[in-house]
Design a protein around this ligand. Structure first.
Ligand SMILES: C[S@@+](CC[C@H](N)C(=O)[O-])C[C@H]1O[C@@H](n2cnc3c(N)ncnc32)[C@H](O)[C@@H]1O
Length: 310
């Protein structure tokens, strides 16, 4: 429909038609943009448009519902049109709004980091369960990205300290800013480097209650990887070298044995179908209590193991 294109398409032709929508009520723009995104195969078009419109207008999403009759025009309409058009090209809503909800946190997110996924909350919850009764725990979060895992843990447990690492300096900037904004920077520390290497000389190394990680686990060329993810999210966050999706997880599991206290927990997020490979790797490294936990969709998502000597 021409009207739909007017909302979302920044082309000259579309702009030429914008006069017809100038001062159109918010609800009409919302509906037309939703239909336009739906036509591009996006799974949650209405929610996406609501988030983008609220961002453009500088209000909470729920406030949109109180302003359905508000006429939109000029710069507001142009901004919404641009955001919806970019969303239609696959750009994540989180990058367009600069914000994303994870666990109980509102995080700043941009194209320097992976957009935190709901399935990673499984890893956070599983870690919190295993740390029940362990006071003043120090944990490591490897490949911290936006800092989402460590910050969610530190937010949930006021006595917890987290040591975070990443090979991406750019990601660490985002994570440090999130920690400071959330007032968690005194207990969440960051360092640049490979896996646990940056913390090898830290006094807590060898005494950690948990090592947690959502490492890259996509094999290049995997047809299951969404085109938009490959196009917009950081390569460093996605891909392993070679053909083993659990390659980084396995290397971490090996290193973590000397970082963890006896009876310490290793929890690593998995790609779909890596359950057996992950179980075998942890068994070979002499972990105990090995399990693979499902995410909310029932997919084996987090491999768990424990060092001996609890
Ligand atoms: C899948 S993302 C996860 C980010 C964040 N923890 C999350 O769950 O959204 C993986 C992260 O690991 C980092 N990374 C990749 N290889 C690494 C390595 N060898 N050592 C440390 N970090 C690594 C990437 O830069 C990226 O930030």
């Amino acid at each position: 429909m021409v009207g739909d294109a007017v909302v979302a398409d920044g082309s000259a032709a579309a702009r030429g038609g914008a006069g017809r929508l100038d001062r159109a009520p918010l609800l009409e723009i919302l509906k037309r943009s939703t239909t336009w995104l739906e036509g591009r195969g996006l799974p949650r078009p209405r929610l996406d448009v609501e988030l983008l419109m609220a961002h453009a207008l500088g209000i909470e999403r729920m406030q949109l519902y109180l302003q359905f009759d508000r006429p939109l025009a000029g710069e507001e309409l142009d901004t919404i049109r641009d955001l919806v058009r970019r969303r239609g090209q696959g750009e994540p809503v989180a990058y367009l709004t600069g914000r994303w909800g994870f666990h109980a946190l509102d995080l700043a997110v941009d194209s320097r980091v992976l957009v935190p996924r709901p399935e990673t909350e499984t890893l956070v919850d599983a870690t919190l369960e295993r740390l029940q009764g362990v006071e003043n725990a120090t944990i490591a979060d490897v490949g911290t990205g936006s800092g989402c895992i460590a910050l969610a843990l530190a937010h949930a447990r006021q006595d917890l300290t987290a040591l975070c690492s990443d090979v991406s300096e750019a990601a660490l900037h985002v994570a440090r800013d999130n920690a400071a904004r959330l007032g968690l920077d005194a207990r969440v520390r960051f360092a640049h480097g490979d896996l646990l290497a940056p913390w090898r000389d830290d006094p807590a190394f060898g005494t950690l209650a948990a090592v947690v990680s959502n490492p890259p686990y996509v094999v290049r060329g995997d047809p299951a990887l969404e085109t938009a993810v490959a196009r917009f999210e950081p390569e460093l966050a996605l891909y392993v070298d070679g053909s083993d999706p659990f390659a980084i997880g396995a290397r971490l599991a090996d290193q973590a044995r000397s970082a963890l206290a006896p009876g310490g927990w290793l929890l690593v997020e998995l790609g779909v179908g890596s359950d057996d490979r992950a179980r075998e790797a942890l068994t070979a490294l002499d972990y105990t209590d090995i399990d693979v936990l499902p995410d909310l969709a029932g997919i084996g998502r987090v491999v768990v193991g424990r060092t001996r000597g609890a």
